[in-house]
Design a protein around this ligand. Structure first.
Ligand SMILES: Cc1cc2nc3c(=O)[nH]c(=O)nc-3n(C[C@H](O)[C@H](O)[C@H](O)COP(=O)(O)OP(=O)(O)OC[C@H]3O[C@@H](n4cnc5c(N)ncnc54)[C@H](O)[C@@H]3O)c2cc1C
Length: 427
């Protein structure tokens, strides 16, 4: 059967993952359609942060709504440090930004429209794949056929098979946007992590640690978010809410007007790699592209979509290539062995952090941000090579205080398994 009558790629979803890959495929002159349960212009629910240098390198700084130069974290004082250092800020010396979500969405939609990408609304419900085509049937009974299917339906993908072989660590947060009796952070400041915990009782300090992510939005408005880095089972919304209240009360801060409340956002951090042999390709959260240490993904989507699209465009030139053969090429460029190895190391690191007690965690992050700036930045943006990543982790280990080193050395749970994946990456 000739596949010429059919489109090249059907992308499922209308989140950042779907739009990024649809735009990149369109730029390669492929015939692309997008099928999503939501409208592709619907506003996205989350706030997307990114390091300034990431957007600068791609020439996309105009997509930011806010940008901070004064970027800091607070890790309190360590056991061997004077108490007077408890409120000393760690200065990151790198800009941080928040995307203007509408602009980011329009940026991708504009590229899609320029490439005549077709938009369809519908809930993908069934999939058939044969030697030539993928056929998706929607809940409404409509059929869509394409040579390749890319599932970008988020963390619980509709068709992609993932290896659900462990409990997923979930990042949870409770946030408020509003005005306060006194500024909760300095004017023009962005706080990546405030791990100070002097507002907690000794018993509360034994519970899973949480930190404050905070920023000055200008005009007297601030965004404050109590966050748990990632845990299975996750820290509950009630705990985060009461932790934020306690933190504010301790610093005599009062919310005088509440503009917006972010209720218990839920972000899976250590998604296992999808099965890379399957005849459907994934992209975005569905394909485990979220960074297991930071929870970020948009920078990775922007950086990685063009190379995936290029390889697929080349593979599509073979008119007899089956959906499975096309997906195989896509998986190979999306998850090459070095990236799989790095993923195993990141997940190994997250396992360690999830076991750390509050004081150990604070010491760990102090050491982490004392690495060379390019090292911690490359670690957080997943832009280090495999050997650079290993070097950064080794330096961190060597320089860490003994309390942290012990925690890093003892192997528990699935840590050995993850180290094995580093040596022998999953297929
Ligand atoms: C709380 C939170 C905060 C985050 N903060 C950041 C951040 O600061 N910076 C950053 O880089 N990343 C961040 N992320 C990570 C990541 O960028 C987002 O999760 C991002 O939204 C994932 O994009 P996605 O397109 O993969 O999935 P989603 O945004 O979840 O989109 C999935 C799409 O699939 C559609 N869909 C679902 N099922 C079907 C179906 N059966 N048929 C058709 N369509 C379907 C949905 O309608 C939706 O359009 C955050 C994530 C969360 C949860």
């Amino acid at each position: 059967m000739s596949t010429r009558a059919f489109i090249d790629v059907l992308v499922l979803g209308a989140g950042p993952g779907a739009l990024a890959i649809a735009a990149a495929l369109g730029a390669e002159n492929l015939r692309v359609e997008v099928l999503a349960a939501s409208n592709h212009t619907d506003p996205w629910p989350y706030t997307y942060g990114i390091w300034g240098e990431e957007v600068d390198e791609m020439g996309l700084q105009h997509l930011l709504e806010h940008r901070w130069k004064n970027t800091v974290s607070f890790f309190g004082s360590g056991a061997s440090e004077p108490k007077a250092d408890a409120n000393k800020a760690t200065h990151h010396g790198r800009d941080y930004g928040l995307f203007d979500k509408k602009k980011l969405q329009r940026y991708w939609i504009k590229q899609c429209d320029a490439a005549s990408v077709q938009w369809h609304r519908g809930y993908a419900a069934e999939l058939e794949i044969d030697e030539n085509l993928c056929t998706v049937t929607t809940a409404e009974g409509k059929k869509h056929k394409a040579r390749l299917l890319i599932d970008a339906t988020g963390y619980e993908p509709v068709f992609l098979k993932s290896r659900k072989n462990w409990p997923i660590a979930i990042q949870t947060c409770y946030g408020v946007v509003g005005r306060f009796n006194t500024p909760p952070v300095e004017e023009g400041q962005f706080v990546l992590m405030d791990y100070r915990c002097d507002h907690l009782s000794s018993k509360e300090k034994e519970e899973p640690p949480t930190f404050l992510y905070a920023m000055d939005l200008g005009d007297g408005r601030f965004f404050l978010e109590e966050t748990s880095l990632g845990l299975a089972p996750p820290v509950t919304l009630e705990t985060l809410k009461s932790r934020l209240k306690q933190r504010l009360a301790h610093r005599k801060l009062e919310l005088t007007s509440l503009e917006h409340e972010e209720l218990g956002l839920y972000l899976p951090m250590n998604m296992p790699l999808p099965d890379l042999q399957q005849p459907v390709l994934g992209f975005g959260g569905a394909a485990a592209m979220v960074h297991p240490a930071s929870g970020y993904m948009v920078g990775g989507l922007l950086r990685r979509s063009p190379s995936v699209a290029k390889v697929l465009a080349k593979a599509m030139r073979d008119k007899n290539a089956s959906p499975a053969a096309l997906a195989e090429k896509g998986w190979a460029v999306l998850w090459p062995p070095d990236l799989r190895r790095k993923q195993a190391l990141y997940q190994f690191g997250l396992e360690k952090l999830m076991r750390f007690e509050e004081a150990q965690l604070r010491d760990f992050f102090k050491g982490f941000f004392a690495l060379q700036s390019d090292q911690w930045y490359g670690f957080l943006t997943n832009t280090l090579s495999l050997s650079e990543l290993v070097q950064a982790m080794w330096t961190m280990f060597v320089k860490a205080p003994w309390s942290v080193r012990w925690g890093l050395m003892g192997m528990q749970g699935r840590e050995l398994y993850l180290l094995w994946q580093f040596l022998k990456p999953l297929n």
